[in-house]
Design a protein around this ligand. Sequence first.
Ligand code: GLN
Length: 304
Amino acid sequence: MQEILNEIAEFMSENTDRGKVADYIPELATINPNQFGISVALPNGQVFSAGCAQQLFSIQSISKVFSLTLALGKIGDRVWTKVGREPSGDPFNSIVQLEHEHGKPRNPFINAGAIAIVDAIMMGHEPKESLAEILQFVRYIANDDSVGIDEKVAMSELASGHRNSSLAHFMASFNRIEHQIDKLLGVYYHQCSISMSCEQLAKSGLFLVSDGVNQSTGSRVVSSHRARRINSLMMMCGHYDGSGEFAFRVGLPGKSGVGGGILAIAPGKASIAVWSPGLDKIGNSKLGTLALEMLVQRTGWSVF
Ligand code: GLN
């Protein structure tokens, strides 16, 4: 495994076609695109890494997997009255479907869906409490209390978040939002601004590898039934309108973020985190996807 990862990292360091860093969030536009990291966490607790796998980055939409897991724990299947579970085929920040579908987001991973999930998590709590709960949960599944939030990124998102405000107000116009929108978005932006390294992120996905149990710590996070469902959503919706392409090339449940990270789950085998800040046109890490494609070719880990 170490040899495979070294080869992938070496290949990526020479690659000049790295995509473009997200610039609609000014703070992310400052990140050096010439970085690449990869970590593979195994259920037995072993972690293999190459490249800058200890470098912290903004996990952005990867956090939506964790907030969905938390919301399912809090309100169970009532989550599905708030969001659907179909791929959207539209960009992550699109508003068009919301009008046709009366303000109910297609799935929990597009921005509108993730905002609705935060609304469910808040359930009358103050933003600080809800944020603390989300962060605590991420620390628990990563088995790492040092995981934190990059306040600069959160502030940068807040200052440039007209699109997300529009999504939230539009949903509210259908009476689908229960909290004050500035408070709701404050929690959402801070959740997206959680900073993690590839190593931390790979470890945090271990509960999805082994039917809901993080075998390296022995803690059950969700039921096996729920772990399967979260994986299915990652497969179908985790890369927005690039989900089909990701399934075609990589063949694993995966979730991307505009910070350039991807968390991918090889059920029964490994949790994998990759990071390279340059994105393709859809907003998914260009070299991250390529690295996962190479890894799966070498290991045969595709679920297909
Ligand atoms: N925080 C980002 C946003 O709301 C998340 C988007 C993403 O990672 N795809 O736009």
